[in-house]
Design a protein around this ligand. Sequence first.
Ligand SMILES: Cc1cc2nc3c(=O)[nH]c(=O)nc-3n(C[C@H](O)[C@H](O)[C@H](O)COP(=O)(O)OP(=O)(O)OC[C@H]3O[C@@H](n4cnc5c(N)ncnc54)[C@H](O)[C@@H]3O)c2cc1C
Ligand SMILES: NC(=O)c1ccc[n+]([C@@H]2O[C@H](COP(=O)([O-])OP(=O)(O)OC[C@H]3O[C@@H](n4cnc5c(N)ncnc54)[C@H](O)[C@@H]3O)[C@@H](O)[C@H]2O)c1
Length: 459
Amino acid sequence: MEKFDAIVIGSGQGGNPLARKMAENGWKTALIEQRQMGGTCINDGCTPTKTMIASARVAYLVAHSEDWGINNQGYTIDMAAVMGRKEEVVLQFRNNTTRALQKAGVSIIYGSAAFSGIKTINVALHDGDIMELTAPNIFINTGAAPFIPDIPGLRDVPYLTSTTLLDMHAAPPELIIMGGSYIALEMAQLYRRLGSNVTIIERSPRLMSKEDPDVAAVLKNMMEAEDIQVITSADIEKVMIVDGHLHVEVKTGSTSLTITGSHILVATGRQPQTATLQAEKTNVTLDAKGYIQVDEQLETSCPGIYALGDVKPGPAFTHISYNDHLLIYKNLFEKAELTVRTRQLPYCMFTDPQLGRIGLSESQARLEGYPIKVARIGMDRVARAIETGETQGFMKAIVHEHTGQILGVSIIGTAGGEIMSILQMAMLGGITATQIRDMIFAHPLYAESLNNLFMSLEK
Ligand SMILES: Cc1cc2nc3c(=O)[nH]c(=O)nc-3n(C[C@H](O)[C@H](O)[C@H](O)COP(=O)(O)OP(=O)(O)OC[C@H]3O[C@@H](n4cnc5c(N)ncnc54)[C@H](O)[C@@H]3O)c2cc1C
Ligand SMILES: NC(=O)c1ccc[n+]([C@@H]2O[C@H](COP(=O)([O-])OP(=O)(O)OC[C@H]3O[C@@H](n4cnc5c(N)ncnc54)[C@H](O)[C@@H]3O)[C@@H](O)[C@H]2O)c1
């Protein structure tokens, strides 16, 4: 049995920087990965999707170039080039990750890890051997994988997940998407722009159902403006193949529909990758859904074993996994007393235009009884948006009525995530709505309209 100071299971967005820093601090560190370095974000998630979304946006701009007074003679999509570009960026990020870990002296072990005892791990190596490891400090960063709901017929058809869709070398002619949240909306617009006919089928009454109704309404308009069919309040009753074509039987209210298509993408959420970890051999507790339970400092019920990223309950974003590593690292090596309780939770959905979000939504703030004022301005009143011809969406900020502090932000519009981040900084620094109303921003930035956003409170 080989002894280490630290073992990281999974090359996720928290595990990689943590392994590197521990090794740089002199800890003998092993990182075990069963697939590819870089985990979901680099290989199947953020990096490939955002790279392809960039190609899809170019296709959209070329298709609509006449709106900006530019005529063109038509265009074709070179899917091999789109995929090649995506694969190059993924490879670059994956190789950078591997190099950084190797440089720091991390022992990278390719194989599938499972606990064999409290602080001991067996790795089923890719060559068929078993390697035994032990360490006083173990960090579980095994992430999540697509959740496939139990719908009659679904498992009998060749359904796609976000991972397998990204491996297709042609856009599906008719793509049915189950789900109406992050993955569904980003993929719907991406593949529509690459030539697919797309139908979204969402169980909740609206898209992105955790967001405010006005946000969901803009998202629905955005999808429909690109001829993406959106069906909400939908119960999928059955999936089958008829004459080589997919049929999805849907009930919405009292109406029954059959949606047909060539491909179906299941985007109904993700589940933690803990099934093969054999956590029962340690004192690590899982919840009913298989997530690893942690305290506010991300330590599991077994002292010395921590969990980072999507494998624990809570928001599943790359930046959260990354911040998990920072919290653990600072607590272990710098004697900080950081907890997850007070940290900010920004996020951005990369539809075009983007949805940038942080803090309380308007509905949440009202439900929780905060005394609030709502600042709101349509993007069609933002000078920069009018000039660039991209006026979909709005900026909205939830402001505490008495203190002027910003409690939450929803920006749906071009550069929505970037504008949200400006207000995130204001929230962190305690800068009030009035201060931002009167601040000088360079003209004519999108940010300049933050003046007008907070002027709307005076009306
Ligand atoms: C299509 C898509 C798009 C996304 N876009 C965004 C985005 O734009 N922004 C954003 O913030 N988030 C996005 N996400 C979410 C983001 O990818 C995850 O939150 C992020 O990757 C965090 O992952 P992690 O650190 O928990 O682990 P992961 O990155 O999931 O890595 C876990 C690793 O552990 C390995 N592993 C699992 N079990 C074992 C085992 N037993 N032994 C050894 N290795 C094991 C896995 O192979 C994997 O490589 C997206 C996700 C998807 C699917
Ligand atoms: N830009 C980003 O940050 C980004 C992008 C992609 C993914 N992600 C992360 O990946 C995770 C997974 O994303 P996701 O969109 O798959 O999951 P999700 O959990 O956000 O949404 C799943 C959606 O599927 C719907 N649904 C569930 N069962 C259904 C059914 N039987 N029929 C129809 N609809 C059904 C739900 O109502 C929900 O709207 C998210 O937690 C997100 O944090 C983030």
